[in-house]
Design a protein around this ligand. Structure first.
Ligand code: HC0
Ligand code: SF4
Ligand code: SF4
Length: 572
């Protein structure tokens, strides 16, 4: 243990503890800006300075040493922090009232907490670049404070390196190499840079206006569906506790916004299990294109298209659940309701910005109609609800509409890492066993370890090795192990975002301060597993509406009709 003094109080901490962490353990709150737990701890912004002897040091990067005398609240410390923030503000496009991060911006909160009332310096400004070519992400250089949180997230967590520091000195800018557009480089559209950004320099490409226009157009029939992870986080935007499950209120809010039908993506998550489970059984029997890799995460699909194009045949040919649902709404549902599919507008509420890119992909359309017309993030949906003035917290709980409103627990758990694998096991096991099995919870694939392997004995005597990975850095590790022959797997689930969709790039943004002491992934995952447990039906093949869909329209899993509407191909 290391003995030290902080603001006159003697204490001790384990070796290797930063001053910031030591101070927090004693209830002292030191402000930070560039610091992001596990990702960025260079101390470059110097907002977290404290006095140690005659020097000011960055508390997030300097370790406590024996006998250290630390002062966190002196005039020198307070003035230094103010100067740092004033210099940042002098080069910042200060348009808080209209900024997308207004009230959620860490720079704004810091300015307020440091009691900064005026901008002391005005000087040269960063070159203005508004990059809005990507279908998912907009970058505004005038809001960027060069903290590096996005750069290190993309490099260290995602192993993608799409953005970095370019140019030099005052001209330094965070952007793709050669200041290209994000749309012109190998960006996977995962949006993890957005949720890492403390300010409004990175944000989703909004589609709110287009969706309002569709809703108010009398000839359009506007259908909305919600991804599994939305229900675990939407309430946070309305001040509810992190990870509060708000399924029924979410449905009620969507009805009040004016959507004609409110469907659940979880229904087609169940359908994905029927299609992908059958695909897995077929590949295991034929030995072809193994390992089977999940294909529901568009960030992961883009990653493999960019970096491992030789393994595209290993991807499941299944479209992702919300794309399947989009295709079915414009075919099966349109026929049932006698509506011209050209008058249907499909809106998906997703925790994800890569889904915006996915929905625009040419392959995911039929007869020049996109399966899904607009994707809104959880944050955009919250903005629409606020715009109308709906009292979300006090809404009654309502049920989804049918025929795409009923789902099993297996569909729900898609929203968290390991969920697709677990849902597949619940169905594949029973199909192979030819009888009902008691096991529902496959804890072997759950958890937040970056890479989780499991040996699974199937009822037909086969053993498969599966691996679940989340975060593209972990995905890359798995791919390299396969390429080098170090590992052999039969089934792989990958989600681009650490934690899975619950912490996708479109979810409510959690500030770095909260993340220092809490794991938001676990908080939201709990909401998902609670919903799974509360369901009467927990295995996809038990969903009666799935059975009816096969009887009335698709025939059987992997049938010709299924291929027509529910499957796709990938491009090198
Ligand atoms: Fe996901 Fe999905 S689970 S990708 O993370 O498969 O976005 O929540 O909607 O489509 O269902 C996201 C979440 C989905 C899809 C589902 C899958
Ligand atoms: Fe990197 Fe993902 Fe952001 Fe693209 S979207 S720049 S891959 S973090
Ligand atoms: Fe989108 Fe989920 Fe993939 Fe993240 S993990 S990119 S939220 S689909």
């Amino acid at each position: 243990m290391i003995k030290f003094t902080i603001d006159g109080i003697s204490s001790e901490v384990p070796n290797g503890t930063t001053i910031l962490k030591a101070a927090r353990s004693l209830g002292k709150h030191i402000p930070t800006l560039c610091h992001l737990k596990g990702v960025n701890n260079s101390g470059s912004c110097r907002v977290c300075v404290v006095e140690v002897g005659p020097k000011l040091v960055s508390s997030c990067s300097v370790l406590v040493e024996d006998g250290m005398n630390i002062k966190t609240n002196t005039t020198k410390v307070r003035e230094a922090r103010k100067t740092v923030v004033q210099l940042i503000l002098s080069d910042h496009k200060r348009e808080c009232t209209t900024c997308i991060r207004n009230e959620g911006c860490e720079l704004q909160a810091l300015t307020s907490s440091l009691n900064i009332r005026d901008i002391e310096y005005e000087g040269k400004k960063t070159k203005a670049i508004l990059d809005s070519l990507s279908p998912s992400i907009t970058r505004d250089s005038e809001k960027c404070i060069l903290c590096g949180r996005c750069v290190n997230t993309c490099a260290k967590v995602q192993s993608v390196h799409a953005i970095g520091f370019n140019e030099r000195g005052f001209d330094t800018i965070v952007s793709p190499a050669y200041v290209k557009s994000l749309d012109d480089v190998f960006c996977t559209n995962c949006g993890q840079c957005i949720v890492a950004c403390p300010v409004g320099a990175l944000y989703e490409k909004e589609s709110i206006d287009e969706v309002w226009r569709a809703i108010s157009s009398p000839e359009k029939y506007v259908v909305v569906q919600t991804a599994p992870a939305i229900r675990s986080a939407l309430g946070e935007e309305f001040g509810m506790a992190k990870g509060t499950r708000v399924t029924g209120k979410m449905v009620a809010a969507l009805r009040r916004l004016g959507f004609d039908k409110v469907f659940d993506t979880d229904f087609t998550a169940d359908l994905t299990i029927m299609e992908e489970g059958t695909e897995l059984i077929n590949r295991l029997q034929s030995g072809e294109n193994l390992p089977l890799m999940t294909s529901c995460c568009p960030g992961w699909v883009k990653f493999i298209e960019h970096f491992y194009p030789d393994m595209l045949n290993n991807l499941s040919t299944c479209k992702s659940p919300h794309q399947m649902e989009g295709a079915l709404i414009k075919s099966y549902f349109a026929q049932k309701m006698s509506i011209d599919p050209r008058n249907i507008i499909n809106v998906s509420i997703m925790p994800c910005v890569a889904k915006k890119f996915e929905s625009a992909r040419e392959e995911l359309s039929m007869e020049a109609m996109q399966d899904v017309d607009y994707v809104l993030t959880t944050r955009e949906l919250a903005r629409m609800i606020k715009e109308v003035g709906i009292d979300f917290v006090n809404l009654p709980e309502e049920d989804f509409d049918n025929p795409f409103g009923e789902s099993t627990g297996a569909g729900v758990i898609f929203g968290v890492t390991g969920g697709v694998a677990e849902a597949a096991l619940r169905t594949v096991f029973e199909i192979l066993a030819g009888k009902e099995l008691e096991t529902v919870d496959y804890n072997i694939v759950r958890g937040m370890e970056g890479i989780r392997e499991a040996q699974i004995d199937l009822p037909n005597g086969l053993t498969i090795t599966s691996v679940v990975a989340h975060g593209l850095g972990n995905a890359r590790e798995v791919m390299e192990m396969i390429k080098s022959g170090e590992k052999e797997y039969q089934f792989i689930e990958i989600m681009a975002c650490p934690g899975g969709c619950v912490t996708g790039g479109g979810q409510p943004i959690i500030n770095a301060d909260y993340k220092m002491d809490n794991d938001i992934r676990l908080q939201r995952a709990k909401a998902i597993y609670d919903e799974d447990e509360a369901k009467v039906l927990r295995k996809s093949h038990k969903n009666p509406y799935i059975t009816r869909l096969y009887e009335e329209f698709l025939g059987e899993p992997n049938s010709e009709t299924s291929y027509k509407y529910l499957h796709t191909h990938y491009v090198k």
